[in-house]
Design a protein around this ligand. Sequence first.
Ligand SMILES: Nc1ncnc2c1ncn2[C@@H]1O[C@H](COP(=O)(O)OP(=O)(O)OP(=O)(O)O)[C@@H](O)[C@H]1O
Ligand SMILES: [Mg+2]
Length: 218
Amino acid sequence: MILTVGNIKGGVGKTTLAVNLAVERGKNKEDSVVLIDADDQSTAMLFTGIREQGAPGISHYTCVSVHGAQVRSQGKSLAEKFDHTIIDCGGRDTEAFRAALTICDVLVAPLTPRSFDFWTITQLVRLLQEVEAVRDPPKAYALVNMADPSGTDNQAMIEALTEYPQIEVLQQVLVRRKAWPNAASKGQAVFEHVPKDKKAISEFYSFSDMIFNTKILI
Ligand SMILES: Nc1ncnc2c1ncn2[C@@H]1O[C@H](COP(=O)(O)OP(=O)(O)OP(=O)(O)O)[C@@H](O)[C@H]1O
Ligand SMILES: [Mg+2]
C-alpha cells in the first residue's frame, strides 16, 4: 500500500505522522516499510539519522529522499519491493505532492482545528479533483492534529470538513501533546518515548488502526 501524508498547509504534523506510521508499521518485522522523504526540507531523513544514531540497525524502515516528479516513478518501483510505502510531502502544492497523489492508495491530510488550515482544504479538494480526471483518486482522510485538549473547536472542525465529500474526516483526533516533539527530538516514535504519554499513544494507535484496520495492543 502506498500512503501519502500531505497537505497544502505547512507545519500541521505531516512529517511527525509519516515517521510515526513508518516506525509503527515496521516494528513487527513482518512488514517491510520504505519512507519516502519527498520534502526538500529533508526532515524525515534528519529524523531517521538521529534515530539510527540512538539505536543503530533498528530503524524498522528504510528512508530515502526523492525529489519532484521522480516521486512517481521511484515511488512506484519502491512500492513493488516493500509492503508499505509512506510518502512525506512538503507543505505546499508541490510537484512531489502531485506526483504522490497520482500513485498513492491513501492520503492522510492532517490539519489543526484552526480557520487558516480549514481554508486550504478547498485547494486540496481541487487537487484531488484534478487527480480524479486521470485516475481513481486515492482514499483521502483528513485528520485533526494538534487538537485542543478541551473545548468545541475540534468537533466544529470535524463537522465543517464533512461538507467535502471527497475527503473522509476521521473522528479520532490527535491532541497537542508535548510527547510528540519530545519523542521526535530523540528520533523516536511517540510510543517509544519515555516517560510514556498513554493518551498520545492511545490516540495514535487508534488513528493508525483506522488507516490500516489492525488491532494493536499498547
Ligand atoms: N499532536 C501534536 N502535539 C504537539 N506537537 C505536535 C503534534 N504534531 C506535530 N507536532 C509538532 O509540530 C511541529 C510541526 O510538525 P511537522 O514538522 O511534523 O509538520 P509538517 O506538516 O511536516 O511541517 P512542514 O510543512 O514544514 O513539512 C513539530 O515541532 C512537531 O513536533
Ligand atoms: Mg514536514
